[in-house]
Design a protein around this ligand. Structure first.
Ligand code: H79
Length: 441
C-alpha cells in the first residue's frame, strides 16, 4: 500500500517527463531512418501535383475569396450547401497525375477558410456534415493513390478565418462577425492537432503534411514542437513541409518555396536561405491562381512548364505544380491537355530529371545540370552558339552523348573547364540534354 502510494506519483512524474521530452525532443530532432528514407524518395520524385479544392471553388474566384470580398461568416456559411462535386472521380485525378509524369499529390485538406474537405469529428465545419455531397473525397483519393502508387500529402492551413479560437487574429484579420475573444491553446491543441491526428490515422500511410499560413501570426507561439512530435509519432516517415517562408526549424523535413526557385526571392515573401541538408521543393500555378478562378485563362505553355521543371531540378528541388479543379470535381480541359504534353515530354526526358540531384555546375542563364550515379545531365535551355564553355568539374568526363538519339558530342576538358560542342537546337526543342559519363578522380 505504502509502496503503491509512492510509486504511482513517481510514475506520473516519469510519464509527464517522458511526454514533455518527446515534445522538447524536436528541438534536437533526429529524423528516424524511415523519415530519412522518405526524404530521399521525396527528392527522387521531382514532380508533384498541387490541388486547391474547397467550397470556395463554387464562387470561381480563388481560394482567398472569403477574405478578398470581406464576407461575413454568416454569408460564407451559405456556401457548402452548393458544393456537390458529382463529377469527382479519384481514379480520373490519379490517372491524370500519372499521365503528367507526376509522382505525388499535395491536396488542400483545409485552406484558410478552415473548411475541412474530409470527415472530421473535431468540428462539423466539414464536407461530410455541411455539403449535399456528404462523402469524404480525401478518403477516396487516398485509397486510389495507394492503389496506383502515388504518394499523397495533405496541405493544412494553420491560419483559420472561421474558427473563433483563432484568436488573437493575425495580419489578414477583418471583421467577419467573430467574437473578440477565443482560446488560442484550444485552437492549436484540440482543434488543429485533433484534425492532424485524424489525417494521420484514417487515410493509411501518407507522404506528409504541408503547412501554410503561419506567416499570418509570425510572432505567435504555434506549439510547433508539440504538433511536429505528434506527426512524427503517428507516422515517422511523414514529412513536415512548412510554407512559413522562413529558415527551416527543428522537426521540419523539407524546405519549400512559393513561386520562386530556391534562394530567388522574386515573390518578395520567400527567404533567401537555402538549406543544404533538407530536400527542397518549390510550388507554382499552372495558370495564375491556386483555387479555381473562372476569369483566369493565363495558362503556362507546356514548354514553359517543362523548362520550369528542368530549372527546378537543376536547383536541386522538386516542382509542385498546382491546378484548381472545378467545384463539380472536373479538371479544366486546358490543364489536362497541357499536363498530358508535359507527361509525353517526360517519357523521353525523364531520365535526366527523376532520381537526380542538382548537378555540379551552378545554374546559369544558359541552363542547368542534374546528376545521377555516373551521369551528369547538361540541360542547355538558352544558348545559341555552337560551343558552350562550362566551369571545371572534379570528375573526369569519359563520354558525352545527346539524350534521345545518343549521338556523340565533342568535348574538351582541361583545368580551365569543359567545352561542349552542342548540337544545333531542333525545331521547338525545349531542352537540349547532353549526357556526360564521368569517372571520379
Ligand atoms: O495556398 C496558396 C495561397 O492561398 C497561399 N499559399 C499558396 C500555396 C498564400 N496565401 N498568401 N500567399 C500565398 C501570399 C502571401 C502573402 C503574404 Fe502577407 C505577404 C504573406 C506575408 C506577406 C499578406 C500580408 C498576408 C500576410 C501579410
Amino acid at each position: 500500500m505504502t509502496t503503491a502510494r509512492f510509486v504511482r506519483p513517481l510514475l506520473l512524474v516519469l510519464i509527464a517527463f517522458f511526454l514533455a521530452g518527446g515534445a522538447i525532443g524536436q528541438t534536437d530532432y533526429q529524423p528516424s531512418p524511415e523519415n530519412l528514407q522518405a526524404r530521399r524518395e521525396f527528392q527522387d520524385m521531382k514532380f508533384g501535383m498541387f490541388i486547391h479544392w474547397g467550397v470556395y471553388s463554387v464562387l470561381g474566384d480563388g481560394e482567398w475569396v472569403l477574405h478578398n470580398r470581406k464576407l461575413t461568416l454568416d454569408e460564407y456559411n451559405r456556401l457548402p450547401a452548393f458544393f456537390d462535386p458529382e463529377k469527382f472521380d479519384a481514379k480520373t485525378w490519379v490517372a491524370l497525375v500519372k499521365a503528367a509524369g507526376m509522382k505525388y499529390i499535395t491536396i488542400t485538406s483545409r485552406h484558410h477558410d478552415g473548411f475541412a474537405m474530409f470527415d472530421s469529428k473535431v468540428s462539423n465545419w466539414n464536407i461530410v456534415h455541411r455539403t449535399p455531397y456528404k462523402k469524404d473525397p480525401l478518403k477516396m483519393l487516398a485509397d486510389e493513390c495507394h492503389r496506383q502508387g502515388i504518394k499523397l500529402f495533405f496541405y493544412y492551413s494553420q491560419l483559420d478565418w472561421h474558427n473563433p479560437d483563432y484568436y488573437p487574429r493575425g495580419a489578414t484579420n477583418w471583421d467577419n462577425g467573430r467574437p473578440d475573444h477565443g482560446d488560442w491553446n484550444a485552437y492549436l491543441d484540440t482543434y488543429m492537432d485533433g484534425q492532424l491526428r485524424e489525417l494521420l490515422t484514417n487515410y493509411g500511410p501518407i507522404g506528409g503534411i504541408w503547412f501554410d499560413g503561419m506567416w499570418d501570426k509570425p510572432d505567435a507561439d504555434w506549439h510547433l514542437a508539440k504538433t511536429y512530435a505528434l506527426i512524427h509519432q503517428l507516422q515517422p516517415a511523414a514529412l513536415i513541409i512548412p510554407n512559413h517562408h522562413q529558415k527551416p526549424r527543428p522537426g521540419e523535413d523539407v524546405q519549400t518555396f512559393e513561386r520562386d526557385l530556391p534562394g530567388e526571392n522574386t515573390a518578395g515573401f520567400n527567404t533567401n536561405y537555402v538549406s543544404v541538408q533538407l530536400p527542397l521543393e518549390t510550388c507554382d500555378t499552372l495558370n495564375e491562381n491556386w483555387g479555381f478562378n473562372i476569369g483566369d485563362s493565363n495558362y503556362k505553355s507546356p514548354a514553359e512548364l517543362e523548362r520550369r521543371l528542368v530549372r527546378t531540378a537543376g536547383n536541386n528541388a522538386n516542382l509542385l505544380l498546382n491546378i484548381g479543379p472545378y467545384p463539380n470535381g472536373e479538371i479544366d480541359p486546358q490543364f489536362v491537355t497541357r499536363l498530358h504534353e508535359v507527361g509525353e515530354w517526360l517519357s523521353q526526358y525523364g531520365n535526366s530529371i527523376y532520381g537526380t540531384r542538382g548537378g555540379p555546375i551552378p545554374p546559369g542563364d544558359w541552363g542547368v545540370t542534374t546528376q545521377k550515379a555516373d551521369k551528369i545531365y547538361v540541360h542547355v535551355l538558352n544558348w545559341s552558339a555552337p560551343l558552350l564553355a562550362l566551369p571545371p568539374i572534379a570528375e573526369k568526363v569519359t563520354g558525352a552523348r545527346t539524350l534521345g538519339d545518343g549521338a556523340a558530342v565533342e568535348f574538351t576538358q582541361n583545368a580551365d573547364g569543359l567545352i561542349l560542342k552542342v548540337p544545333a537546337a531542333k525545331k521547338e526543342e525545349v531542352d537540349r540534354v547532353v549526357v556526360l559519363t564521368v569517372k571520379g578522380n
